[in-house]
Every structure is written in C-alpha cells, then in structure tokens.
Ligand binder design. Structure first.
Ligand code: CP
Ligand code: NVA
Length: 325
C-alpha cells in the first residue's frame, strides 16, 4: 500500500470509492455535478419521498460501522432509500468479524448477499483488504487515514456558496487528520491552493504533501495560523481526537495534544484574518471551545449544516457511480 496515495495495490475488478487519489479531477467533478442535479431535483420534497428515478430499486447496501457515526450512517441510509434501495446497518462487533473472522472472508460472503458495502473502520488496511476481496463496490466511510466522502461534500458546499474552488485559497487549521489527508488529495484533484497550519508534530504525513505536489497541487505548510489563513476563501478545521482513536490512546497523549493545539482554535479573530466573505467548514462532530469557537461555528460564515446535508447528495452520486461502474 502506498502511504501517500492511499490506494489499492492492484486494480479492482469493480469500481470502489476508496480515496480521491483513485479518480481524475474530471471524474470527481462529474460526481459533484450529479449530486447538485439530484439535490435540486428533490428540493423541498419530504425526506422520505423517493427520488423521481429510483435506480437502486431491488438493490441492498450493507453499511458496516466499526466506529461511531451520525452523519455517515444516516446520510447513506437515507440516500439509499431515496434512490429506492434498501440498507442493512451493521455494527462491526455484531458480525463474526468481532470474534476474528477475517475481513477477506467477510468480503467474500457479503458479496454474495448485497450489492455494495460502505465501511467505517479504524484501520485503512481493513478497507483495502475488504475492497481487494469484495466483488461488489466498497465505499470508504472513514478510516484512520482518510475521509473522501466528507471532502466531496465540502467541495460541493464551498462551490454552492462561492463558485468554483479551483485557484481559491483554502486554509486548514489545527491537526493533520484523516479529513486533512482527503483535503490534500482534493487540492490536487480540484486545483485549489491548500494552506495548512498545524501544531508542531501534529501535521500531515510528509509523503502526502510530496504526493500532492507531484500531482500538481499547491500546498503550503506552516505553524502560524494567522499567516496561513490570511486572505483565505475557506477556513476548515477538525476534531483533535479521531473516532478511530477512541479507547486506543492514553489520556496523557490526548492531554498533550490538546495543549499543543489550543492556539489553533478557529476564533472570530482568526476568521477576521481570512477574506471578508470567507466560509467556515467543519466535518462535525465539533468541540466548541477546542478546535473552533462557538461564535464561529454558530456564526454567519459557517456552512456546517449545509456541509452535513451535502453528504447525503454527494454520496448518492458516489454510490450510483460505483454501481454503474
Ligand atoms: N462527518 C462525519 O463523518 O460524521 P460522523 O462521524 O457522524 O459520520
Ligand atoms: N477526524 C474526525 C472526523 C470525523 C468525521 C475523526 O476521525 O473522528
């Protein structure tokens, strides 16, 4: 496995959605345009109303969650129903996986029952192993290394509010999380300038930056958040402790991370250094007073609720693309 472009080592026989690195910018652009079309087509419809076209009628998608989720779980489940499909939501520990059945065998078995698999797992290797052994599409619903569905929704949300993201300055503040990794991938694929301010030792892996630059992305790294955010059209941050780390890291590690990251809270003063019409994004769940001040996330520049909604629309496009592949 390449650690930078977190892709599979051999071509899949089916079209998975594992990382943005697996797609061209044009392919990802098509997914966003499709998501916007589907969103507009059902504007104002009650949530439970199926879309006019229900291409997933007769299809079943398994949603496996080894870690907690609100948005990913709900948005996939609702989106699949709107497309006419059915879902089976599974807690990883309820499966025989929880007592040692291999992910490869699980992939082979699930491929005989369902039409696609969405998985949230703490180890990216688990996602790749599932995809290598599944004969149905596998979609990354977050791993320790990346969260591509999230960043597709983020790009869509920015563009709905401010137009094309290509050439714009996007400031990532705080910690080099899984979402940050997918933003780095997205900078290369969508052509925006990514400016990253992280606390010392909390930044993205250097291989990611090398990959992005080798793929034409303009990425700037620094530790001074005020300099990084200057003039940015979009300011993004993320939680300091990942759901994939829950129960896995010691309290003193969390405490020292909080101390290092405290100066990276996105405050109204920091937002004031960005462009006057800058937007604020956060994948959620948020921790007010830690990575972001309440005045920012609950303020007029925040698009976090649109961002959460757009998970629904963009994932419908992703899923259809996988199943048509
Ligand atoms: N943003 C996001 O993926 O949220 P959940 O962890 O609630 O799915
Ligand atoms: N970086 C966060 C994203 C949550 C959607 C986490 O891994 O928990």
């Amino acid at each position: 496995m390449s650690i930078a472009a977190t892709t599979m080592t051999r071509a899949p026989a089916v079209r998975h959605f594992l990382d943005l690195t697996d797609f061209t910018g044009a392919e990802l652009r098509d997914l966003i345009e499709r998501a916007k079309t589907m969103k507009n087509a059902r504007a104002g419809a009650p949530r439970g109303t199926p879309d006019r076209a229900t291409p997933l009628k007769g299809r079943i998608v398994a949603l496996i969650f080894e870690k907690q989720s609100t948005r990913t779980r709900l948005s996939f489940d609702v989106g699949i129903r709107q497309l006419g499909g059915e879902t089976i939501v599974l807690n990883g520990y309820d499966l025989q996986l929880g007592r040692g059945e291999t992910i490869a065998d699980t992939a082979r078995v699930l491929s005989r029952y369902v039409d696609a698999i969405v998985i949230r797992t703490a180890k990216h290797e688990t996602l790749l192993e599932l995809a290598l052994n599944a004969t149905v599409p596998v979609i990354n619903g977050l791993t320790n290394l990346s969260h591509p569905c999230q960043v597709m929704a983020d790009v869509m949300t920015f563009e709905e509010a401010r137009g094309p993201i290509a050439g714009k300055n996007v400031a990532w503040i705080g910690s080099g999380t899984n979402v940050a990794s997918s933003f780095i991938h997205a900078a290369a694929r969508f052509g925006f300038n990514l400016r990253i301010a992280c606390a010392a030792g909390e930044g993205p892996r250097p291989e990611l930056i090398e990959w992005a630059r080798a793929n034409g992305a303009k990425v700037t790294l620094g530790e001074n958040s005020e300099k990084i955010v200057a003039g940015a059209a979009c300011v993004v941050t993320d939680t300091w402790v990942s759901v994939t780390e829950e129960g896995q890291i010691a309290a003193d590690v969390v405490s020292s991370r909080h101390t290092k990251l405290a100066p990276y809270c996105v405050t109204p003063a920091l937002m004031a250094k960005a462009a006057p019409n800058a937007v604020f994004l956060h994948c959620l769940p948020a921790h007010r007073g830690e990575e972001v001040a309440a005045e920012v996330i609950d303020g007029p520049q925040s698009l976090v609720w649109e961002e959460a909604e757009n998970r629904l629309h963009v994932q419908k496009a992703i899923l259809l693309n996988c199943l048509e592949g």
